[in-house]
Design a protein around this ligand. Structure first.
Ligand SMILES: NC(=O)c1ccc[n+]([C@@H]2O[C@H](COP(=O)([O-])OP(=O)(O)OC[C@H]3O[C@@H](n4cnc5c(N)ncnc54)[C@H](OP(=O)(O)O)[C@@H]3O)[C@@H](O)[C@H]2O)c1
Length: 318
């Protein structure tokens, strides 16, 4: 099968398209013919090996040589003890810890898969498994967002942020989206009530305070972020400065009314079913920046690195 592999950390130039053996599913896995795989910030981090947590399991070279954790496709083989899916089923799921989606075939645990509803495309389905799930769990569970709450999303124009805006909008909260200038009009169209160009304004220095801050960039100090929170406000960071938040954020949480923590996403098939339903009903729209062929995977990752993509890129494989 064709696959996009890398053997060392680096930029898109370390990726190569090669022929490799089709993987065999282990007992509780299924093998899918990949029809679409989304390209997430976590793939970029896995490619570069930065921040350091992106090297978990492979300090000096990548543990898994094929990136791509979020995918949709057709079941073509099942492991000896896998009994939830049959050959021919159309599915979507997440292989966050094993990856392998930037290839014609990939193995994925049957516990992380659901049947793809006929009403959504493979391309849309591939965007829901990580980016939309992270956004949903952050807004619903961490932020406990309700009508009128003042929400700030730092890094709102990327894969997670564009879903988070839609969830927060559906709950009638007051949304401030922080990102680069060129993305701000599009973020307003998506539902942001206020926008901030991070190159022009520092949201931690403004008078406005927020009930919930979802941070996918993680580039600010805990004291600055604490300053931006309303009394009883909640801050959670999904990527970037995880370790400082883990230690200093925990202290801030103990010694104040504010809560500051690291967001940890949990693979949850019920959430995936819910997200598919929202998508089918037209209540949630994946913002697809561009569809790429498998050979163009390096370009799809480069778009993240060069900071040029709005929403989420998808590798579509016929
Ligand atoms: N904690 C968990 O369980 C979990 C699970 C999955 C993923 N994640 C993490 O979530 C993060 C990925 O988020 P994502 O996929 O949404 O990333 P993304 O698509 O790369 O989006 C990040 C956005 O932030 C913008 N940005 C860059 N610098 C900024 C700054 N200084 N201030 C404000 N905005 C800025 C980017 O704009 P430009 O393009 O212009 O730079 C981009 O629009 C990764 O770190 C990933 O590891 C965490």
């Amino acid at each position: 099968m064709k696959a996009i592999v890398y053997e060392e950390y680096g930029g898109p130039e370390v990726l190569r398209e090669v022929e490799v053996a089709v993987p065999k599913p282990s007992a509780h896995e299924v093998l899918i013919q990949v029809r679409a795989a989304s390209v997430n910030g976590s793939d970029w981090e896995g490619l570069c090996g930065k921040p350091l947590y992106a090297r978990i399991g492979g300090l000096f070279k990548p543990k898994h040589q094929i990136l791509g954790s979020d995918m949709s496709g057709i079941v073509v083989d099942v492991g000896a003890r896998a009994n939830q899916f049959q050959i021919g089923d159309e599915v979507l799921g997440n292989a966050m810890f094993k990856r392998g989606g930037f290839a014609e075939f990939a193995c994925i645990s049957e516990n992380d898969l659901i049947i793809k509803p006929k009403g959504i495309t493979f391309t849309d389905a591939a965007t829901l498994t990580q980016a939309a799930s992270v956004a949903l769990q952050a807004v619903r569970d961490k932020g406990q967002v309700t009508a009128g709450k003042r929400i700030l999303i730092n890094g709102a124009g990327g894969t997670v942020g564009t879903f988070a805006i839609q969830f927060a909008k559906a709950l009638n909260s007051d949304i401030t989206a922080v990102d680069t200038a060129s993305k701000l009009p599009f973020l307003q169209e998506l539902g942001a009530n206020h926008v901030i160009d991070y190159a022009q304004q520092d949201f931690t220095r403004l008078d406005k305070k927020y009930d919930f801050i979802l941070d996918v960039v993680g580039n600010r100090s805990i004291s600055d972020l604490k300053n931006a929170l309303a009394p009883n406000g909640t801050y959670t960071v999904a990527g970037g400065r995880i370790l400082p938040t883990l230690f200093l954020g925990t202290c801030a949480t103990i010694f104040s009314q504010k809560s500051m923590s690291v967001f940890i996403w949990k693979s949850n098939v019920d959430d995936l079913v819910h997200l598919c339903k929202l998508c089918e009903d037209g209540a949630l729209t994946p913002i697809i920046s561009k569809s790429y062929s498998l050979s163009e995977t390096p370009d799809a990752l480069r778009a993240i690195g060069e900071k040029s993509s709005k929403g989420i890129g998808v590798i579509a494989i016929n």
